[in-house]
Design a protein around this ligand. Structure first.
Ligand code: NAP
Length: 321
């Protein structure tokens, strides 16, 4: 095995990737963990986590650093690089192409690349990005002390982040296009009890407007009666979902209509030797706990693949089917 050849390469260092690296390293496989930024993934954009067993409450960055330290303690090598492509080779190996470096090779790849925040795609969003338009409350909330903020969306992220923003904002208006929420009932009820949060339902943002330096207001439309209104805000935080990073693998990988990879129960994708775990994978929910479970299964399945199936190519060719 050359210096750039590994048994298992893990693409993405969020909770799924860190757990996969931990298990693969602990199984004594030569393991590479590729992450473009700091390890932690979405944990780094999350203030408090209170649904990870064993920790009644822990900050996202703290959990991320504990997970990274733990993963690396079993021998996985962390390389800071942005993966541009994973190319399945005819000999059964995978070539992992990274920006500005020679490629790496692995017998199996576990894709745990997470995703990107979905854009609202309204006028002003791009223009005011970083000047009042944000996709990360933990990163940017503190810049808006004493301001009236808007949060767009009705999922877990929107409701949790609205609550987080109340520590800085004078008021947070949650703008959601329906009356029902996708977010967990408990989170919505808690937000309803928060005196700094108000809800504007059945409403959509038509445009984000501002002066030459920053956002000053939103143009809204009520979807029931079509009535238009203006809301003066100092900033708008957009949490309207997530687009999985599933463009990395060269060639077709079976996916659902939203682009999430379809896997079998062992996290195998439709390409032999490529596994997927965490937020890139189609599943009921996307929690730290499910990412960690996926990462565990993927690493154990990838280890078996490397040790048993690659040695018998006719089995490896079966894949997820
Ligand atoms: P999500 O659950 O997909 O919710 C997206 C929200 O944005 C929905 O309310 C959706 O409205 C709305 N939306 C989508 N496109 C829109 C548009 N163009 N204009 C206006 N509104 C739009 O996304 P998420 O909240 O980012 O969560 C992603 C995943 O991470 C979920 O699986 C979630 O459970 C998980 N997560 C969990 C936690 C936690 O458990 N603590 C925290 C954060 C995220 P509709 O409802 O009308 O479709």
């Amino acid at each position: 095995m050359t210096e750039r050849e590994y048994d298992i390469a893990v693409v993405g260092g969020g909770p799924a990737g860190l757990t996969a690296a931990l298990y693969a390293g602990r199984a004594l496989k030569r393991t590479l963990l590729l992450e473009a930024g700091l390890p932690g993934g979405e944990l780094l954009n999350t203030e408090a986590i209170e649904d990870y067993p064993g920790f009644a409450s822990i900050t996202g960055p703290e959990l991320a650093s504990k997970m990274a330290e733990h993963a690396l303690s079993f021998g996985a090598e962390l390389v800071s690089a942005r993966v541009s492509s994973v190319v399945p080779l005819p000999d059964g190996r995978q070539r992992i192409e990274v920006e500005e470096e020679e490629p790496y090779y692995a017998k199996a790849v576990i894709v745990t690349a997470g995703g990107q925040p979905r854009k609202l795609e309204v006028p002003g969003e791009q223009e005011y990005a970083g000047r009042g338009v944000s996709y990360c409350a933990v990163c940017d909330g503190a810049f808006f002390r004493g301001e009236h903020l808007a949060v767009v969306g009705g999922g877990d992220a929107a409701i949790e982040e609205a609550a987080f923003l109340t520590r800085y904002a004078s008021k947070v208006t949650v703008i959601h296009r329906r009356e029902e929420f996708r977010a967990q009932h408990l989170l919505v009820e808690r937000a309803r009890q928060n005196p700094k949060i108000e809800f504007l339902l059945d409403s959509v943002v038509e445009a984000i407007t501002g002066d030459e330096s920053r956002v000053t207001s939103l143009r809204l439309r009520n979807v029931r009666d079509g009535e238009r209104s203006e809301l003066a805000v100092g900033g708008v935080f957009i949490f309207v979902g997530f687009i999985p990073n599933t463009q990395l693998v060269a060639g077709h990988v079976d996916h659902d209509p939203q682009g999430y990879y379809l896997t079998d129960a062992n996290m195998r994708t439709s390409i032999p030797g490529i596994f997927a775990a965490g937020d890139v994978r189609a599943q009921l929910t996307r929690q730290v706990t499910t990412a960690v479970g996926d990462g565990t299964t993927a690493a154990i399945a990838a280890t078996k693949y490397v040790e048993e199936e690659l040695a018998q190519p006719e089995m490896a060719a079966v894949g997820a089917g």
